[in-house]
Design a protein around this ligand. Sequence first.
Ligand SMILES: [Mg+2]
Length: 338
Amino acid sequence: MSTETASSSAAVAVSALTEEEMTLTVKWSGKEYTVRVCGDDTVAELKRRICEVTNVLPKRQKLLYPKVGSKFADDSLLLSQIPLKASVKMTMMGTVEDDIIVDPVESPEVIDDFELGQDEAVDIKDKEVNKQKLRRRIEQFKIEVRNPCRQGKKLLVLDIDYTLFDHRSTAENPLQLMRPYLHEFLSAVYAEYDIMIWSATSMKWVELKMGELGVLNNSNYKITALLDHMAMITVQSDTRGVFDCKPLGLIWAKFPEFYSAKNTIMFDDLRRNFVMNPQNGLTIKPFRKAHANRSTDQELVKLTQYLLAIAELDDISILDHKHWESYHEDSVKRRRHA
Ligand SMILES: [Mg+2]
């Protein structure tokens, strides 16, 4: 009997700690800020919340808290594993990113991509804790619309690093690191798709980079919105640990009259970014070593054909985008045989 009581009270304590939100006070640069987190959040998530109020990028933050040692150095640690109290203030040390100089080498490390097992991927998407994280992100994140959504268009969401741009190589002019045919690609698909750009870096970097490449003021196409790392959520997988992903559900919740799982496709070189919406992701071949590959990379030309070919479907989530390269040929064959 006593065992039962003990275990049930432990369960209550755990669930209170993981599901309930807690307000933490963070001291930085002579001021105090408050952030709302829950025990299910990781240290990475906490730093993202702090970034939201201070503009200090997560990678620039050093968090100090009594009796926790170096726990805040591990971004994957769950906050429920750290003895935090609402009454104890945290101190953050860190500097806001310079407005002009953003060193590409400092953008997020590329972690090898991985493919989750089918069961596990389904699990992550359907887990209540992850749905809850998505709901909170929908409440917290505001998408700034740069150009109006267009009725009847599908939605294309694009990653930047290694998808549109080789951020690891150096060049005198950033245009030399741009994936070949980028403007031609965007101009062509704009006929059928609204375009959003979603990068795991900061908004400052997204605006700077896209501005430099001439994507934000092109007369042949318009960008509907830009999203950054603040729009991402952190999920946990049994075999791969904790990682960040880009939940399209955020966009669908913000623009329900325009975009849905049926008409959205996202290009990213990292498959794990699609884990909350695997049917909507297309893993693009990474564009690396721009100087060597600039003259031969044809991915955006081929993908233009694919996007325009599937644009006639009412529901593009029924496709397996893994096989995108053979889609065009198949449909041509089918038409010939019809
Ligand atoms: Mg990328």
